[in-house]
Design a protein. Structure first.
Length: 161
């Protein structure tokens, strides 16, 4: 596969995976907090495991590094903007007025717990230079051409003139 095609597919995968990862963490956190009993909710475990498998697939070496770079930049920029806003004396409730109230708890948890580790893992996976190079296409080894069969020996003629 050519590098351009690989990177376009990787960018598409990264753009598609960013909201899926965020939704996986938000839904998982919301459902986890809703179950106050000390038992295992297998649906929540499946959501978390699915989200982590998606992150692992994006960080894999067989896919374009854009697939991990784009969500990594989004999640790291997400928490970075919140931390800069807090450091500048702003409100720590960045963007809370734009989030529906039923998702507010999951949004806060995503922002202050899962966003930075997820972003750093995905950015670190994109940093390897070998992921940016395409597959090497070494020239095929030269094929050995078999030697032609030897010429037949001449039979001397017995007739003398």
């Amino acid at each position: 596969m050519r590098n351009g095609v690989r990177h376009v597919l990787g960018a598409g995968a990264g753009l598609l995976a960013t909201p899926l990862i965020a939704a996986g963490f938000i839904v998982g956190i919301e459902r986890f907090r809703a179950t106050a009993v000390m038992s295992v909710d297998w649906t929540v475990m499946a959501v978390f495991i699915g989200t982590l498998v998606l992150i692992g697939a994006l960080a894999g070496s067989r896919i374009s590094p854009l697939a991990s770079l784009l969500p990594g930049l989004a999640f790291t920029g997400f928490i970075g903007a919140a931390l800069v806003r807090i450091a500048m004396g702003g409100d720590h409730r960045m963007g809370f007025d734009q989030v529906p109230s039923e998702f507010l708890e999951g949004y806060m948890s995503l922002l202050y717990t899962w966003s930075l580790p997820t972003g750093c893992v995905l950015l670190a996976a994109s940093a390897f230079p070998s992921r940016w190079r395409g597959a090497r296409t070494d020239p095929p080894p030269p094929q050995e051409v078999p030697e032609p069969p030897p010429l037949p020996k001449r039979i001397p003629s017995s007739s003398r003139h």
